[in-house]
Design a protein around this ligand. Structure first.
Ligand SMILES: [Ca+2]
Length: 91
């Protein structure tokens, strides 16, 4: 499998690992995902122990305001983070 396809498969795998059977991330599931997957990048996600920070990230990711984060909303967030990291590396 090409490197990019592997990255895409990983995104799908990670989402389903945290989303559970309903294939949606609720607020608690998203917090666990952020802590485990981005815990060493708190400069990007802020201090998740502050509920206002966690709520803010959830609201920002829940683009359609449905009360949950679907796969498309998840990959949008990952793309934003990836672009931010790329920008930091390019400076
Ligand atoms: Ca949503």
């Amino acid at each position: 499998m090409s490197t990019l396809k592997e990255a895409m498969a990983t995104l799908i795998e990670v989402f389903h690992k945290y989303a559970g059977g309903d294939e949606l991330l609720n607020k608690a599931e998203l917090k666990v995902l952020l802590e485990r997957e981005f815990g060493d990048m708190l400069v990007l996600v802020g201090n998740l122990k502050d509920p206002r920070v966690a709520d803010g990230i959830f609201r920002r990711m829940d683009l359609d305001g449905s009360g949950s984060v679907d796969f498309a909303e998840f990959v949008t967030m990952v793309a934003e983070f990836t672009a931010a990291i790329n920008n930091m590396h390019c400076r």
